[in-house]
Design a protein around this ligand. Structure first.
Ligand code: HEM
Length: 458
């Protein structure tokens, strides 16, 4: 154990020391998620690592997570390597900013997620999904099925929905290029975070791909802002809100508007896409659950137009998506920096400590979940949900920094699940294995992992 000054009566967290600690740096780079899971298993709900002079804590109990994200959230800032590096792409957008700046932008952004706007999200999710199914229908004419890289396809779908709902634009042409640009930029960030390279982009030479990716995003977004500023009649959407917003009497600059849009594009597409992709993989391996979901979708969709009021009828679709987010939380890592010393579950945490919360670990914690490794959507029935601590399930984070797009994501995902199961059967391709999760910025299957989509008449 490493020494830290702690007030009397409080305990120190346990963790690797000596050669074990040295080895851990190697494993963090190679398999960060597996390493964190193993550490929680070995050292418990509060594991401690000392990396150089830095103290890091892996926090896995709902009570300690509640303290970090809610009860004492002011003590925990986003000034971590994860968010500093992400800010190289998103600038001072909502996800990476802090303090008064973040709060004023969060208040303004809330308007984009009202029920009225969510009705648009639902309508666009349905129309974009139907267009995708129609395309599969045409492609599958000869064989009756089409083999699909589900993650790639869900990324493009989710980006088109964000484009339409928040920016009133059709991204069907640009989606592949933008998805690739965001992925290249994010891959670079993951490389640096797992190797503890916390330098500004301009200091490093090996970043041409990253810069090209950011340039692609900048070109697309700045030209969109310019077009919108010149429009005499602007559509009622997030982009118009941003352009019209005044912060202390000053309209947002193009750079501020750009940062918020890039943030929404990134935060709003990969996460939903990863969650849906895992749902499809799980359903492919659980045909009985898929058949039950198909019966629900066909019944609900036959009974009239889907709108926010009728969406709760798709109960099983919601349970399936919630369970996919439990087993494979797309945002698998939430980090904070302790501004002052604190006590988490009676353990001393010094000022400056790096705090790591891994939803993947808490979502499979055997003290709070029965048969945690099994796919059991019914555990999200409202009666069962109430029997668990709130902070044992945090796919969207919690506290004031709770995901602003949570309802956007749920509405979209439920619509996609319902429409696709109504018209398609999703199967594993014969002789392929279940996908293993890849811990990138989001938790996703490896590229090129395909599923078979068999078209069915509704
Ligand atoms: C299944 C889908 C999604 C998941 C799992 C997810 C997860 C999360 C999590 C865990 C956080 C909190 C991070 C932290 O506390 O450090 C977060 C924040 C955020 N998310 Fe999501 N998200 C999803 C969908 C979306 C969508 C659809 C949008 C926008 C259209 C969005 C926009 C944001 C933004 C802007 C923040 C920062 C909010 C703030 O700090 O004020 N997310 N998300």
């Amino acid at each position: 154990m490493t020494t830290q000054a702690s007030p009397a009566g409080q305990r120190f967290a346990l963790g690797p020391t000596g050669i074990e600690l040295f080895k851990s740096l190697f494993f963090i780079q190679r398999a960060p998620l597996a390493y964190l899971v193993e550490s929680a298993h070995r050292y418990g709900d509060l594991a401690h690592f000392q990396i150089g002079t830095q103290h890091a804590y892996l926090v896995s109990s709902p009570s300690a997570i509640k303290r970090v994200l809610l009860d004492n959230h002011r003590n925990y800032a986003k000034n971590t390597i994860q968010y500093r590096q992400l800010a190289q792409i998103t600038g001072d957008g909502l996800l990476t900013s802090d303090g008064d700046f973040w709060m004023s932008h969060r208040k303004s952004a809330q308007a984009a997620f009202t029920p009225q706007r969510l009705e648009r999200v639902l309508a666009f999710a349905l129309s974009e999904t139907q267009a995708m199914i129609d395309q599969w229908q045409a492609q599958s004419k000869r064989q009756g099925y089409v083999d699909v890289d589900m993650y790639e396809t869900m990324c493009q779908l989710a980006l088109r929905v964000v484009g339409r709902a928040l920016l009133s634009i059709d991204l069907s042409q640009e989606a592949p290029k933008l998805v690739r640009a965001m992925e290249n930029a994010l891959e670079h960030i993951v490389y640096r975070v797992t190797r503890f390279i916390d330098l500004p982009d301009r200091v490093l030479l090996s970043t041409w791909r990253f810069r090209a990716a950011v340039q692609t995003l900048d070109q697309a977004v700045f030209s969109l802002i310019a077009q919108r500023r010149n429009m005499p009649e602007r559509p009622a959407d997030f982009l118009t809100d941003l352009i019209s917003t005044t912060d202390d009497g000053q309209p947002l600059s193009d750079k501020e508007v750009r940062d918020e849009i890039v943030t929404m594009l990134i935060a709003g597409h990969e996460t939903v896409a990863a969650g849906l992709t895992w749902a499809w993989h799980l359903l492919a391996d659980h045909p009985a659950e898929q058949a039950a979901l198909r019966r629900e979708s066909q019944a609900v969709l036959a009974s009239g137009r889907l709108c926010l009021e009728t969406l709760p009828k798709l109960r099983l679709a919601r349970c399936v998506f919630s369970e996919a987010l439990r087993l494979y939380p797309p945002a698998w890592l939430i980090t904070r920096r302790a501004l002052g010393a604190d006590v988490l579950d009676e353990h001393f945490v010094p000022a400056g400590a790096f705090v790591i919360i891994c939803p993947f670990i808490v979502h499979r914690h055997s003290a709070f979940w029965t048969e945690p490794e099994r796919f059991l959507p019914q555990r999200f029935d409202p009666e069962q949900e109430h029997s668990r601590p709130r902070f044992a399930y945090i796919p969207f984070g919690a506290g004031p920094r709770l995901c602003i797009g949570q309802h956007f994501a749920l509405v979209e995902a439920i619509a996609v699940l319902a429409l696709m199961t109504q018209q398609c059967r999703i199967e594993r391709i014969p002789n392929t294995r279940p996908a293993t999760p890849l811990a990138q910025v989001t938790l996703r299957p490896p590229h090129g992992t395909k599923l078979r989509v068999r078209l069915e008449c509704p």
